[in-house]
Ligand binder design. Structure first.
Ligand code: CDP
Ligand code: MG
Length: 712
């Protein structure tokens, strides 16, 4: 297909080209110069002075700007240069996603010419890359919430930037409420003995609420500068929440994007993705392709299919370089999406909705959008949370297509008919309205917010969801009859960076002499799909999985994988060559149909939570191969997720009464166990339970009488 733009090179792509040459010093110099040039050309560069002035004169500021305008990477550097880190204070920037925190910190460290973890660092759950000299710190919003547990005034920060606020993750929403409170409390600390209500600095609107933080016993804290950054154009909701805070808009650059729809609805969107990738590759001019998928499993399956079909490309055509990007991808691999595409290749980036706004990838000219996203959904009546794949909102579809027009005009292929677009929701519902709130409520309680229902949320979650979560925490033993954090269980649960049910499992495991096994289980359950089964090799994959399978369930099966992999590596580990070790591991994983990325991530998580458990003085023990105590511990911890077999071979979840089936991927798929516990409920065409183990029904009344012996 011929079209006018094919073969043209946009100015910014020329700018992206590396200077050639063999001299490493000259190469580094060229790269620095390129970075300086890139920074200068960003839309935000021309408004540096104005932005710094705005921050100086407003304690709360809202900055709205098109994705790619330079907000996340540049603003913290502007503020650092303007002296906001004098007195050893830090500028903190929160991101809803781990990937964004890591990639952006790396980029900014490079721009500043410093090693990561020095002046610029990041901190995410299970991975801390900061030091005492870190002044610009990127982190996840959840991590900052945890920091507030230890330092309620967040005293080390002079400025906090809540980035990607439009995403409205549950952590962002809670953080906004908390930071509003910290701002008030800091002002109160400055006003000495005066009560906060007499403080003239506080804007006492109609719905003014005094700070819930404890008085700071004479310490004085400077005012906290708070910046809310958002890519969407609707800043009103944030401005109103912060008592009419000032909002500034940064003009972005957006080239026209041609939108194409399919004529008919697609039955298999993964198949359509594959066809479209090759159509674009063969028929369109130069430029990289960005494909939006819903999760790691889909991304890896499309990646394999593209690689399998590559040999069928006509002779002489360019090659395709696939680059996956999703949250749990190891960070060196995440960075591959930012590398310059080698000549002779077209880069095809396979991303989750991370690439909608969180990370800006240069060079994209084509976007393929099947129109789906994986979202959390919570039914407070049934107390069940599940991950479901749903259509995107219109706002998301627009953001996605916008990615194609950052540097030059582009094209977006929406894999659904135009009539479907009109039926999409306008915008995505904030997560706080559709998720299980147990974790958040536990943290609020630990922060001293007793009246959770009365908490000043930017948007109130459904009352029923709060009540259910309080009940859930009470049943887990985290709350007392008066709804206060219990001692020690509630406090221990709040300290562990895990879902309350998993924290409970670790606390219980000490009593059941299986802490080691529970640490492995929690780590393995924290990653997506340990096993993979390519369509064309599904029989081989099944046989491989059988080597690890345990007839009592998936939990012990996962422990087996972890143990065998680590024993294998232990025997072959080299002292000096980490890269070689990883290669050995990847080979082992491939042979055993184990997802090496997931396993590596699980091993990292294992080490981190083990450290937490050590710091908290847990009693370490292992049950070896005697798993009876371990399964009893599963029952004592996950009793809210128990299911009983029904005559027709289906199961009924006891807490919610829902009819469920055991997922085909479970080792118990063909077994007729009477009573099981599970960790996950997924809803596709049916309701499936995943990560399932057999327990004895009588254990439930013995180990969880608070739930199973309640008078009706
Ligand atoms: O936050 P916002 O979307 O406004 O922009 P940003 O993330 O600060 O990105 C500004 C520029 O930095 C983009 O044009 C990216 O191409 C570039 N960037 C990069 O090259 N590598 C990264 N890891 C992050 C950003
Ligand atoms: Mg950004």
């Amino acid at each position: 297909m011929a079209h006018g733009r094919s073969g043209t090179t946009t100015p910014s792509r020329q700018l992206n080209g590396f200077a050639s040459g063999n001299n490493p010093k000259a190469g580094a110099l060229a790269r620095r110069q390129k970075i300086i040039q890139q920074r200068r050309s960003l839309p935000i560069a021309s408004v540096e002075k104005r932005l710094v002035e705005e921050v100086k004169s407003n304690d709360t500021l809202i900055i709205v700007g098109e994705t790619g305008s330079g907000k996340t990477t540049q603003l913290p550097q502007f503020l650092f240069d303007a002296g906001f880190c004098r007195d050893g204070k830090t500028i903190g920037i929160t991101q809803p996603r781990r990937v964004a925190a890591v990639t952006v910190a790396k980029r900014v460290a490079e721009e500043c010419g410093v090693g990561l973890g020095q002046k610029v660092g990041y901190s995410i759950r299970f991975d801390d890359m900061t030091s005492t000299s870190t002044r610009i710190k990127y982190m996840t919003d959840g991590l900052l919430l945890r920091e507030a547990l230890l330092d309620p005034y967040l005293s080390r920060y002079s400025v906090l930037v809540v980035d990607e606020a439009h995403e409205r993750t549950v952590h962002t929403d809670v953080l906004l409420g908390l930071l509003k409170d910290v701002q008030k409390a800091r002002l109160r600390s400055l006003s000495g003995k005066e009560s906060e209500d007499k403080n003239p600095n506080i804007n006492k609107g109609e719905d003014y609420q005094p700070s819930t933080l404890k008085p700071c016993q004479g310490r004085k804290f400077p005012p906290l500068k708070l910046i809310i950054m958002s890519a969407s154009l609707d800043a009103r909701v944030f401005s109103e929440y912060f008592g009419g805070a000032r909002a500034v808009h940064i003009q972005g650059r957006q080239h026209p994007v041609e939108i194409l729809y399919t004529l008919r609805p697609q039955t298999d969107y993964l198949e359509s993705v594959l066809v479209t990738i090759f159509q674009v590759h063969l028929n369109e001019g130069p430029g990289d392709v960005l494909v939006f998928l819903t999760g790691q499993e889909e991304i890896e399956s499309v990646e394999r299919s593209v690689q399998d079909q590559m040999p069928q490309l006509p002779e002489g055509s360019q090659n395709i370089l696939t680059c996956p990007i999703f949250s749990s991808l190891p960070s060196e691999q995440q960075m591959r999406v930012f590398a310059t595409t080698p000549s002779g290749f077209r880069k095809v980036i396979l991303a989750t909705n991370i690439a909608e706004t969180s990370v800006t990838i240069p060079g994209i000219k084509y976007v393929i959008d099947p129109g789906f996203v994986k979202a959390r959904s919570y039914d407070p009546n049934k107390g069940m949370e599940s991950l479901i794949i749903i259509p995107t909102s219109k706002a998301q579809a627009l953001q996605r297509s916008g990615r194609a027009g950052r540097e030059a005009p582009g094209k977006c292929f929406r894999l659904y008919p135009e009539s479907e677009f009109e039926k999409l929701e306008e915008s995505t519902k904030p997560e706080i309205k559709r998720c299980n709130l147990s974790n958040v409520i536990l943290q609020l309680k630990a922060l001293g917010v007793d009246d959770v229902i009365g908490f000043d949320f930017i948007e109130k979650p459904p009352r029923l969801a709060i009540v259910k979560s309080l009940e859930h925490l009470f049943l887990l033993g985290a709350l007392t009859d008066e709804c206060k954090l219990s001692n020690p269980v509630g406090h221990q649960m709040a300290r562990l960076p895990l879902d309350p049910m998993y924290s409970k499992a670790l606390i219980q495991a000490s009593n059941f002499n299986c802490l080691e096994e529970m640490l492995i289980t929690v780590a393995m359950l924290s990653v997506e799909s340990i096993f993979y089964s390519p369509r064309e090799k599904s029989e081989e994959a099944k046989t491989a999985m059988k080597c690890f399978a345990n007839p009592e369930g998936d939990h012990i099966t996962l422990i087996n994988v972890f143990r065998v992999a680590n024993e294998f590596l232990e025997k072959r580990r080299t002292v000096i060559n980490k890269e070689k070790d990883e290669k050995i591991m990847r080979k082992w994983c491939k042979q055993n149909f184990v997802n090496s990325r997931s396993l590596r991530h699980a091993c990292d998580i294992y080490r981190q939570i083990r450290r937490h458990a050590e710091q908290m003085g847990f009693h370490f023990s292992s049950c070896g191969d005697n798993f009876l105590q371990f399964r009893r511990c599963l029952a004592a911890s996950f009793f809210l997720n128990a299911a009983l077999r029904q005559p027709e071979g289906i199961y009924r979840a006891l807490a919610s009464g829902q009819v469920v089936r055991i997922h085909p991927s479970s080792v118990l798929n063909q077994t007729k166990a009477d009573c099981v516990i599970f960790n996950e409920l997924v809803q596709t065409s049916q309701k499936y339970i995943r990560n399932v183990s057999i327990i004895d029904y009588l254990w439930l009344t013995e180990l969880a009488p608070q739930f199973y012996m309640m008078p009706n």
